[in-house]
Design a protein around this ligand. Structure first.
Ligand code: CDP
Length: 259
């Protein structure tokens, strides 16, 4: 712990990657990474980045909470521990280059693709796979592509499907219990190597940046789409999600997150 704090204060850490919502740094050991959650949202339509004060701290807490809940069900994740308000220590994995989207209600890309109306409840949860490739704009891929091109094996895909369905069942119920509809969400996976076996585990983050979350009564978008489309300050969406999950006291506001 002391060495992590020292690294944070000195700022002398090797940056591995910077994305729209996180920066990844080398961790204190060769098999760990530090994920730093940024206060920014990227608007998909214009690629513009908007600063949203407090978002990094909220996402760090929300992802910690959801990953630990999944872990308690026996669903392994890369999360190890939070190390400060906006950073967490995670396991370094061999990343599977897929975005796995689980949909309960039609919204976003599936509406565009099939001309569906937003908000239609799907007859069953639908799992879709997208190749992680910014250059190719993350195209939709089939399991045949995934196997044929070696992005993941048949056994790994079975594991990924099972985990995605279990996580969806659990998270849908969890959010339902606090008046929120889980419309869809994205998971990423990686391979973790034990002594003589490989395990597929959940990587990346589970936050309102990677989930569509609508208020049950009003259908107001409480997630990143709400920030993008409706210009919410985080205390109208992300903060409310954290409060309803019971992660923050009723009275807290974004400023208190830093005190
Ligand atoms: O959000 P968009 O319409 O661009 O794509 P989608 O395929 O409808 O997104 C489905 C879900 O995956 C939403 O909850 C997104 O927030 C999430 N997602 C993500 O976290 N990262 C991406 N690069 C794409 C989608």
């Amino acid at each position: 712990m002391a060495s992590i704090l020292k690294m944070n204060l000195s700022g002398k850490r090797k940056q591995l990657y910077e994305g729209s919502s996180k920066i990844l740094f080398e961790g204190p050991d060769s098999d760990t990474i530090i994920a730093h959650f940024k206060d920014e949202v990227t608007v998909a339509s214009t690629n513009e980045t908007i600063a949203v004060a407090g978002k990094g701290a909220l996402n760090n807490r929300i992802s910690e909470y959801l990953m630990l809940k999944l872990d308690s069900l026996g669903i392994a994740t890369h999360f190890i521990k939070n190390i400060n308000m906006r950073e967490q220590l995670v396991r370094r994995l061999d990343v599977i280059p897929l975005q796995v989207v689980i949909r309960n209600v039609a919204a976003g890309d599936i509406c565009t693709r099939f001309g569906m109306e937003e908000g239609v409840v799907l007859p069953k949860p639908i799992i879709e796979f997208f190749l992680k490739s910014t250059n190719l704009k993350d195209p939709l891929v089939t399991e045949d592509h995934i196997e044929a091109f070696g992005w993941a094996g048949a056994f790994e895909m079975e594991e990924i499907r099972n985990i995605a369905i279990r996580a969806n069942d659990f998270l849908t119920g969890l959010f339902l219990g606090c008046g929120i509809r889980l419309i869809d969400f994205k998971l990423e996976f990686g391979r973790s190597f034990g002594h003589d076996f490989e395990q597929v585990i959940i990587a990346d983050e589970i936050t309102p940046d990677t989930c569509r979350l609508w208020d049950m009564k009003t259908n107001v978008k409480m997630d990143q789409e709400g920030v993008k489309l409706e210009g919410f300050p985080p205390d109208k969406g992300y903060l409310e999600i954290a409060r309803r999950l019971g992660i923050l006291p009723e009275t807290s506001n974004v400023e208190e997150l830093y005190s």
